[in-house]
Design a protein around this ligand. Structure first.
Ligand code: GDP
Ligand code: IMO
Ligand code: MG
Length: 424
């Protein structure tokens, strides 16, 4: 038996999709356990770029069973579009199963996501606008609609009608928006339900049996530690649990069944949306990283905010997810950037803070304490052995290991499946 949880160790977009695709070739099951189509995971394989939002990145491997767990929020229209786009590219979704307990994103969630952001004005979160927060809010409020409901038309119709009464009051009377036509939603979603019904099952049973029969299972994280609802930079977070323990509740298994937890990081830091970012760069270096790294959102196309690597954040991810190792992607983006900096701690007043602060008001008092390291000029995207990297690049990785206390097991030097240096 081997079960591995793969999580984002920063603010998302660390290259989890690429690593999942690589590990999926050695995994019999790949599971998504949280988030929804706020995620955008890019996989480049066989000369084709795949952008996945809801489908696990293991879908590219026809041998791999792909599970969408109970903790995911599913937009039926989006997952069906994704299935058909993948079919057009020759990738089948026959190996996909969706848990009956997963909550369904409905048009009123999307409407309320936009309206509540407008209402927040300057203090908006900068959500992806996909209805994620309102859908998880309904789950916690216990009025959510689940995949099981969706595929039972009478139950679905009744629940949509019940919900629409209050949702439309909120949309129109609180926010001044346009009401949702419950009948039109029911008709449209009944068609999605027919198409999705064959995929809906109790995925927790499939997963448990797979683990018990000794299969290799990979949990593909979405978002990242600092977007975690509890442990992230609240309130500038998503509404699910991207840390490793989220995989247990989101896939319906106990923690004794998890063997390993791996964090994926970029060799620098990025963030989309609002919220604090201690090592953010507002200068030409930040712009150079954005352009060289193609740092534009996979889901919304927004330019990603870019900054130096923050080891305080990585250490926080190691601690809160029990990470045993890191995969560090996009080292190639740093070629030719000049001198490099890593944030090794924060300065707060007269003291040096080594742990990521629990509250944003404390984080606001912190400024990064940088270590400066030599950069390198050489392009490294063709390098496959660690020893063949320029000395400064090797030292950069070694410094990350020393600061975070875990080994860097894989180094990414390009977006392609093969553009990785696996160590040890
Ligand atoms: P995810 O959300 O964590 O799966 O990451 P995204 O797919 O949103 O963003 C990562 C981006 O970096 C994608 O465009 C990947 O193709 C790309 N990428 C991943 N690893 C590397 C790498 O090592 N080097 C470069 N240059 N690009 C990479
Ligand atoms: P992947 O899986 C980066 C961010 C949004 C916003 C905040 C809340 O590709 O790493 P939401 O729509 O979830 O309510 O938005 O979270 N966000 C992400 N940022 N990568 C993601 O996913 C993200 N999913 C959500 O930009 O700041
Ligand atoms: Mg992404």
């Amino acid at each position: 038996m081997s079960t591995t949880v793969l999580i984002g160790a920063q603010w998302g977009d660390e290259g989890k999709g690429k690593i999942t695709d690589i590990l999926a070739r050695r995994s019999q099951v790949v599971v998504r356990s949280q988030g929804g189509n706020n995620a955008g995971h890019t996989v480049e394989a066989n000369g084709t770029v795949y952008k996945l939002h809801l489908l696990p990145s293991g879908i590219l491997n026809p041998e791999t069973l792909c599970l969408v767990g109970n903790g995911v929020v599913v937009d039926p229209k989006v997952i069906l579009q994704e299935i058909s786009q993948m079919r057009e590219k020759g990738v089948s979704a026959d190996n996909l199963k969706i848990d009956a307990r997963a909550h369904v994103i409905l048009p009123y969630h999307i409407a309320l996501d936009g309206l509540s952001e407008q209402h927040r004005g300057k203090s908006e979160i900068g959500t992806t606008g996909r209805g994620i927060g309102p859908c998880y809010a309904d789950k916690a409020e216990r009025c959510g609609i689940r995949m099981w409901d969706l595929i039972h038309p009478e139950v679905f119709a009744q629940k949509v009608r019940e919900n629409a009464v209050l949702k439309n009051k909120m949309i129109t009377l609180v926010y001044g928006g346009e009401p949702i036509d419950a009948d039109a939603v029911i008709e449209e979603y009944n068609a999605y339900a027919k198409a999705l019904a064959p995929y809906v099952t109790d995925a927790t049973v499939l997963l448990y049996r797979a683990i018990k029969s000794g299969k290799t299972v990979l949990f593909e994280g979405a978002q990242g530690t600092l977007l975690d609802l509890d442990l992230g930079t609240y309130p500038y977070v998503t509404s699910s649990h991207p840390v490793s323990s989220g995989a247990c509740v989101g896939a319906g298994i106990g923690p004794t069944l998890i063997d390993d937890c791996i964090g994926v990081a970029k060799a620098y830091t990025t963030r989309v949306g609002k919220g604090p970012f201690p090592t953010e760069l507002f200068d030409a270096t930040g712009e150079a990283i954005r352009q060289k790294g193609g740092e534009f959102g996979t889901t919304t196309g927004r330019p990603r905010r870019c900054g130096w690597l923050d080891a305080v954040i990585l250490k926080y991810s190691v601690r809160t997810s029990g990470l045993t190792k890191l995969a560090v992607n996009k080292l190639d983006t740093l070629s030719g950037i000049g001198k490099l900096k890593i944030c090794a701690g924060y300065q707060k007043g007269g003291e040096v803070v080594s742990e990521f602060p629990a509250d944003l008001s404390e984080l606001a008092l912190c400024s990064p304490v940088y270590e400066e390291l030599d950069g390198w000029e050489e392009e490294i995207s063709a390098v496959r052995n660690f020893g063949d990297l320029p000395r400064a690049a090797r030292e950069y990785i070694s410094r990350i290991e020393a600061l975070c206390g875990v080994p860097v097991w894989m180094v990414g030097v390009g977006p392609g499946r093969e553009q990785n240096i696996v160590r040890g």
